[in-house]
Design a protein around this ligand. Structure first.
Ligand SMILES: O=C(O)CCC(=O)C(=O)O
Length: 268
C-alpha cells in the first residue's frame, strides 16, 4: 500500500480558502499513492478555538467538496484529517459541533466519517466547545495491487487511550490512521505512543501531525509510519513535509502468525 502523509505547516496569516486550495494541490501531487493522509483540523486550526464555530461546516461543505475533487483528480483514497463539523445535534445537550474526520474514495465519494471520541482540553477547548463522538470506524482502503486494507480511524488525543485501539483491532483493523495537531512540547509522547500502539496491537500506525506555529502553539511535527513490529519505517522532522512510503501490508498478518501474542489475551 503506497501511503503519503502530508505534514502540513500553517500559521495565522493564511485564510481558510487559501489553505484549502494549497492543500488540494498538495493532495493532487500525490497521484500514484493508494492512501493520502492530512493532519487534524487543518482548515479550522488545531488550537484556534475562538475561530472554530465560525469555521464549522457540514460534511458536504466547501472544504469537503475541495477534498473530494482532489481525491478524484489524484485517484487516491483521501483521509482528509478533520474539520469542525456542524451537524444535527444527536441529543438535547449537544452543541451540534464535532471534530470530524472525512475519508473520500478515489471516485471522490465520502466513504467514512469519524467523530473524535476523546476530547482534549481538561474541561476547556474541545470538551467545552465540541460534542464527543461515539462510534468506532474501520474503513477498507483499496490498494492498486489488489484487495483492500482495513484502516481504523482515531484522532490525536485518542492516541492516549489504548482500549480504543483494542476495539478497532477487534473490528479487523490492520492499520491505524491518526491525524493530529500535537504540540511540540509533548512530541516525545506522540512518537512513543504511536510505537506502543503498533507493538501492542500488531498494527501499522500512520501518524500525520501538524507543523508550524498557529494560535500561539508550536506544533510537534514528527509524523511517522510504524510497522506492526514497532519499527519506525519513515519519520518527519519539524517542518512541512510529505512522507511517502510503500508499506508491505502482507507483513502484518505474517508477523501476527510468527509472534502470536493477540490470541493470548484473557480480558477482552
Ligand atoms: O495529548 C496531547 O498531548 C495532545 C492532544 C491534542 O493536542 C489534541 O487532541 O488536540
Amino acid at each position: 500500500m503506497k501511503v503519503a502523509l502530508i505534514q502540513l505547516a500553517y500559521g495565522d496569516g493564511e485564510s481558510v480558502a487559501d489553505r484549502t486550495a494549497r492543500v488540494a494541490d498538495l493532495v493532487r501531487a500525490q497521484a500514484g499513492h493508494d492512501l493520502v493522509v492530512l493532519p487534524e483540523l487543518w482548515p479550522a486550526g488545531g488550537f484556534d478555538y475562538t475561530a472554530w464555530a465560525e469555521r464549522a461546516e457540514p460534511v458536504d461543505g466547501p472544504v469537503a467538496q475541495a477534498l473530494a475533487a482532489a481525491a478524484k483528480d489524484a485517484r487516491v483514497t483521501l483521509h482528509g484529517g478533520s474539520i469542525i463539523e456542524r451537524g444535527d445535534p444527536v441529543s438535547a445537550e449537544d452543541r451540534g459541533l464535532w471534530n470530524t474526520s472525512l475519508v473520500f474514495s478515489p471516485d471522490g465519494e465520502l466513504v467514512a466519517t469519524y467523530r473524535k471520541i476523546h476530547r482534549f482540553g481538561f474541561g476547556e477547548g474541545e470538551p467545552s466547545l465540541l460534542d464527543a463522538g461515539e462510534h468506532l470506524v474501520v474503513v477498507d482502503v483499496p490498494v492498486a495491487d489488489g484487495g483492500s486494507v482495513p484502516v481504523g480511524l482515531s484522532t490525536c488525543y485518542d492516541l492516549r487511550f489504548p482500549e480504543l485501539y483494542r476495539r478497532l483491532l477487534d473490528r479487523g483493523a490492520e492499520v491505524f490512521a491518526i491525524p493530529a495537531a500535537w504540540p511540540r512540547k509533548r512530541v516525545a509522547h506522540w512518537t512513543l505512543l504511536g510505537q506502543a500502539r503498533a507493538v501492542e496491537d500488531q498494527c501499522v500506525v500512520l501518524q500525520c501531525n501538524t507543523a508550524g506555529t498557529h494560535a500561539g502553539h508550536e506544533m510537534g511535527g514528527h509524523s511517522q509510519v510504524v510497522d506492526a513490529t514497532g519499527k519506525v519505517l519513515a519519520a518527519a522532522g519539524l517542518d512541512e513535509e510529505v512522507l511517502s512510503i510503500d508499506i508491505d501490508t502482507a507483513a502484518t498478518p505474517q508477523w501476527r502468525r510468527t509472534f502470536p501474542v493477540l490470541p493470548d489475551r484473557r480480558l477482552s
